[in-house]
Design a protein. Structure first.
Length: 134
């Protein structure tokens, strides 16, 4: 069966399809029920930043600006989503983390909730979610 795609690269959480002139990346946003739901993340990518945001913290401002700058360079809309650690130390945290395409462990030490920060790292490790930490 022939498709209009030159290449299809299946991944655990992503499928990359390369058309002749563009790259499409789809994200499996399946919930805990296991049903697959795919959405094109090339429209906008949501990065969950795990840190207790303060506009007075210059590192937080720099983190936000660097993600937006990288998106501009890649011609990709980036939606940074700050997730305070004290909102991630309960059972509803997994749903919030799943709403992001990738997670970024931001600066903030000491966190208001070390349990919330560790829970998000554990989620990324166990679910194979893209994660980078500082």
């Amino acid at each position: 069966m022939r498709t209009n795609y030159d290449t299809v690269v299946p991944r655990k959480k992503f499928t990359i399809r390369k058309k002749r002139d563009s790259l499409l990346i789809y994200r499996n946003t399946a919930g805990s029920n296991g049903k697959e739901r795919w959405r094109n993340i090339m429209d906008a990518i949501r990065i969950g930043i795990i840190a207790d945001y303060s506009p007075k913290n210059r590192y937080h401002v720099a983190t936000q600006n660097s993600l937006l700058h990288a998106g501009d360079s890649l011609k990709l809309a980036v939606e940074p989503l700050w997730m305070d650690t004290d909102t991630l130390d309960n059972d509803a945290a997994e749903a919030r983390l799943r709403s992001c395409d990738a997670l970024f462990g931001g600066t903030s030490s000491p966190y208001r909730s070390m349990e919330g920060a560790l829970r998000s790292i554990r989620f990324a490790r166990e679910q194979g979610w893209p994660f980078i930490g500082t």
